[in-house]
Each structure stands twice: as structure tokens, then as C-alpha cells.
Design a protein around this ligand. Structure first.
Ligand code: COA
Length: 156
């Protein structure tokens, strides 16, 4: 993600979330936060989605992931999250965590598909409606090993 992407990212953010991040929040992430890594997914020159994480020691914390509404449901979110997981492994992460609304079943299914397991609840985490967050964790090393095994199996 580059500074010139922020305007579009904020449009997607407003499409996706009831309490969207501001452009100054993204600006701060890209210029001041040394833990932050943000990826943009482009399709035919258009930004289709983005995802971010904070990498602290060997743990990656997903901050946000969103696809533009008309790009959802086409396996792009899955590809984007897989890319974020690969980047996290490359940067030395062993585990990845995130929070997801109890009501956001679509995202929960995506996370479960990519190896995330529920590990607890943050009660009343979301300020707009007091909804609880499910905390999920994934073991990236295990995912990377399974990927390698799949690749080896493909070769045979
Ligand atoms: C959550 C989000 C990133 C998923 O991306 P996507 O491109 O729509 O999802 P994909 O097409 O890659 O689907 C991947 C998996 O997600 C789940 N999924 C996607 N759409 C779904 C739907 N309508 N109903 C149920 N599960 C769904 C499925 O498990 C799917 O895998 P499958 O098709 O093999 O079953 C996207 O929908 C989005 O931007 N939502 C709004 C923002 C948001 O909620 N972000 C997460 C905050 S924690």
C-alpha cells in the first residue's frame, strides 16, 4: 500500500465497516508504525481490496482485511489472506491472530478455511453496537508445511 492508495482504501473501508478507519490512521500506519505491513490487491489496475498486519516478534496481528463490494465472493479475499500469511512467514512470523465480529460468519468461514481456530471472546469489543469479538489464531508454520506437502504431492 502506498500513500496515493489511501483515498481508495478509505472508500473500501467505508463500504466494509461501520466504524471505518480515517485516512490519517492509514497515513500513520504507512509512515510511523514500524510494526505495520499493508498489502493492496489490484485487478486490471483497480484496487480490489487490502489487508494489513502488525508484526511483533514472531506474531502477526491482522488489523483489517476488506474487498470492494463487487469483488467479494470470487475467492479474492482468500488469495489476499494467503498472500498476507506468506508475507508474515517470510518476515519471521510463526503465529497469526485476529478479531472478528460474532455476526460476521462470512469472514469466520474464510478464516477457518485458512487455518484459524477460535481461541476466546473479547466481550463488547466493537464500540458501535457492543458486539463481542471472537479471537482466532493460526499456526503459520503448520500451514506452510501443509502447503509444501501439497506441492510435493502435486509433483508426484
Ligand atoms: C470477508 C471478506 C474479506 C472475504 O473475502 P471474499 O473475497 O468475499 O471471500 P472469498 O470469495 O475469497 O471466499 C473465501 C471463503 O470465505 C467464505 N465465504 C465467502 N463468501 C461467503 C458467503 N457469502 N457466505 C458464507 N461464506 C462465505 C467461504 O468459506 C469461502 O470459501 P468457499 O467458497 O470455498 O466456501 C470479504 O467478504 C469482505 O471484504 N467483507 C467485508 C469486510 C470484512 O468483513 N472483513 C473482515 C473483518 S474481520
Amino acid at each position: 500500500m502506498r500513500l496515493e492508495d489511501i483515498e481508495t482504501i478509505c472508500e473500501i473501508e467505508r463500504e466494509a465497516f461501520p466504524t471505518p478507519w480515517t485516512s490519517s490512521a492509514f497515513h500513520n500506519e504507512l509512515t510511523n508504525n514500524h510494526f505495520a505491513h499493508y498489502l493492496v490487491m489490484e485487478l486490471n489496475g483497480e484496487i480490489a481490496g487490502y489487508a494489513g498486519m502488525w508484526l511483533i516478534m514472531d506474531e502477526a496481528h491482522i488489523t483489517n482485511i476488506a474487498l470492494r463490494t463487487h469483488f467479494r465472493g470470487k475467492k479474492l479475499g482468500e488469495r489476499l489472506l494467503m498472500q498476507v500469511q506468506s508475507a508474515a512467514v517470510f518476515l519471521g512470523a510463526e503465529r497469526m491472530t485476529l478479531e472478528v465480529r460474532v455476526s460476521n460468519v462470512v469472514a469466520q468461514r474464510l478464516y477457518a478455511k485458512l487455518g484459524f481456530i477460535p481461541a476466546g471472546l473479547r466481550k463488547g469489543y466493537y464500540t458501535d453496537n457492543g458486539e463481542d469479538a471472537i479471537i482466532m489464531w493460526a499456526h503459520l508454520a503448520r500451514i506452510a508445511e501443509e502447503g509444501e506437502r501439497d506441492t510435493d504431492a502435486d509433483k508426484r
